[in-house]
Design a protein around this ligand. Structure first.
Ligand code: ADP
Ligand code: MG
Length: 387
C-alpha cells in the first residue's frame, strides 16, 4: 500500500522537533496562570523570518494550554485588516465553545465591545512606520481591558485555568491597534491577580521594533528569536516522520538534504516531501540519494516561486542590494562588498538593508555581514539576472 507523505511543507509538522528551551519558557508562563490565577507576565513575541517555525510553536503552545484547562483565542493578522475586532470575535467564539458565555453580564460586555471596536476601528488602518508613535484612542484601551478581564475572570470562575490569547503575523496588524493592545496589557498587569491570562504573539523580524515604538513600555515584552535548526535537529526533521512509517534514509541522501535546507525548517519539510513523492516508498524501504535527485525539480520549482515572490516585493533599490549580495557568490556576504558593487558608501545602504531585514528577506550573520534567510536565494538571483 502507498504511504502518503508524512512531511508537511507549509503546514503544522506531524512530528515537532527541537525548540526545547522555547517550549519550556512558554510552559512556565502558562504555569503561572494555572498555579496562581494571575497574569502570565509581559506579552511574548516570537520573531523570525518566514518558515522558521513561529506558527508551529504558537499552535503547540495552544494545544498544551488547552490540556491545562485554558480557553484559547487565536487571531492571524493580515495587512489592511483590523486586529481588535477580530480578537473580540475570536474571544467571544472561544467562550461560546467552552460554554462560558451563558453568563448574561459577560455576554453583554462582549457584545458592546465588539461594537465599540468597530467604531474605534475607523482610521485604524495605518501601518507601522519608523519615527512616529501611533495615536491611541483611550476608549479603545479601556474596552479591550474590560473584555480581556471579563473573559479571563469568567473562565477562571468556572474552574478553567484562564484565557490564552495568541496573535500570529503581528507585524501586519494596524500600528495603532498594537498600541491599544500593549496599553491594555500594561493596565491589566497593574491588577495582575485579577487577570488570569497570557498573550503570546509571533511576527517577522520587524515586530520587536514595532512593539517598542508602539508604547514606551513595549520594550518590557519578552522577545524570543527563533533560529534555524542545527544539524542534529535538522536530521531529526527528515528522519523521524519517515521512521514512524517504517521508512529510513540513506546517509548520503540525508547529508544532501541538510546541505540544501541549511537548517531552515520549511525547506527540510520540502526536501523530505519531494524525496518521498519521488520514491513512493513502502514500509521497510530506504530513501536514496537518487530519490532526492528525482524530487529535486519539484523542490527547486517551489523554492524558485518563493524567491520570486520575495524579489518582486522588493523596490528597485532593494533589488540592487539583493543583486549585489547574490553577486558575491558565497553565502555570507560582507557589507563592504554590497556597498562597493552598488557604488555607494557603506552608510548609504542602511535603509534598504534595514527594510530587507525587517521583512525577513536577509539577516545579519555576524558583524558587518549578511546572508539570505532563504537558502538558495543567492543562486536563484544569479540565474534570474542572467535571464
Ligand atoms: N519544530 C519543528 N519541527 C518540525 N518541523 C517544523 C518545526 N517548526 C516548523 N516546522 C516546519 O517548517 C515549516 C514552517 O513552519 P511555520 O511554523 O509555518 O513557520 P513560520 O510561522 O515561522 O513561518 C512548516 O512546514 C513546518 O511543518
Ligand atoms: Mg507563520
Amino acid at each position: 500500500m502507498l504511504i502518503p507523505s508524512p512531511f508537511t511543507p507549509g503546514d503544522l509538522p506531524r512530528v515537532l522537533v527541537g525548540r526545547a528551551a522555547e517550549r519550556r519558557r512558554l510552559a512556565d508562563l502558562l504555569a503561572r496562570v494555572t498555579a496562581y490565577g494571575e497574569l502570565a507576565g509581559p506579552p511574548v513575541v516570537l520573531h523570525a523570518p518566514r518558515g522558521l517555525g513561529k506558527t508551529t510553536l504558537l499552535r503547540d503552545t495552544e494545544d498544551r494550554a488547552r490540556e491545562l484547562g485554558f480557553v484559547t483565542a487565536w487571531v492571524a493578522c493580515a495587512k489592511g485588516s483590523p486586529m481588535l475586532t477580530e480578537l473580540a470575535a475570536s474571544v467571544r467564539r472561544a467562550l461560546i465553545d467552552a460554554e462560558v458565555l451563558d453568563d448574561r453580564s459577560t455576554k453583554r460586555v462582549l457584545d458592546t465591545i465588539s461594537v465599540e471596536f468597530a467604531i474605534f476601528g475607523v482610521g485604524f488602518s495605518t501601518e507601522f512606520a519608523r519615527g512616529a508613535a501611533p495615536e491611541v484612542p483611550t476608549g479603545a484601551i479601556s474596552s479591550l481591558e474590560r473584555m480581556l478581564h471579563e473573559a479571563a475572570a469568567a473562565i477562571r470562575a468556572r474552574g478553567g485555568a484562564g484565557l490564552l490569547v495568541l496573535i500570529d503575523e503581528l507585524h501586519a496588524a494596524p500600528y495603532a491597534e498594537v498600541g491599544v493592545l500593549l496599553n491594555a496589557m500594561q493596565n491589566l498587569a497593574g491588577r495582575r491577580a485579577e487577570n488570569p491570562l497570557a498573550l503570546m504573539t509571533a511576527g517577522l523580524p520587524s515586530t520587536p521594533e514595532m512593539i517598542m515604538r508602539a508604547a514606551t513600555f513595549g520594550e518590557r515584552s519578552e522577545f524570543i528569536g527563533i533560529d534555524r535548526f542545527d544539524d542534529a535537529d535538522s536530521r531529526r526533521v527528515l528522519e523521524e516522520p519517515a521512521q514512524e512509517e517504517g521508512v529510513g534514509w540513506a546517509a548520503d541522501a540525508i547529508s544532501a538534504g541538510l546541505d540544501i535546507a541549511d537548517g531552515n525548517p520549511y525547506l527540510l519539510q520540502l526536501v523530505g516531501d519531494s524525496t518521498w513523492q519521488a520514491a513512493a516508498p513502502r514500509t521497510g524501504d530506504t530513501l536514496e540519494l537518487d530519490d532526492l535527485h528525482a524530487g529535486e525539480d519539484r523542490m527547486r520549482g517551489q523554492l524558485a516561486a518563493m524567491c520570486r515572490a520575495r524579489w518582486d516585493s522588493a523596490s528597485d533599490l532593494e533589488q540592487a542590494f539583493l543583486g549585489a549580495m547574490a553577486d558575491y557568490g558565497e553565502e555570507i556576504v560582507p557589507r563592504e562588498h554590497i556597498a562597493t558593487t552598488m557604488g555607494r558608501e557603506s552608510r548609504a545602504i542602511s535603509v534598504p538593508r534595514a527594510r530587507l531585514i525587517d521583512r525577513g528577506v536577509i539577516e545579519a550573520a555576524g558583524r558587518g555581514r549578511l546572508r539570505f534567510t532563504l537558502p538558495g536565494m543567492g543562486a536563484w538571483i544569479r540565474e534570474y539576472q542572467r535571464g
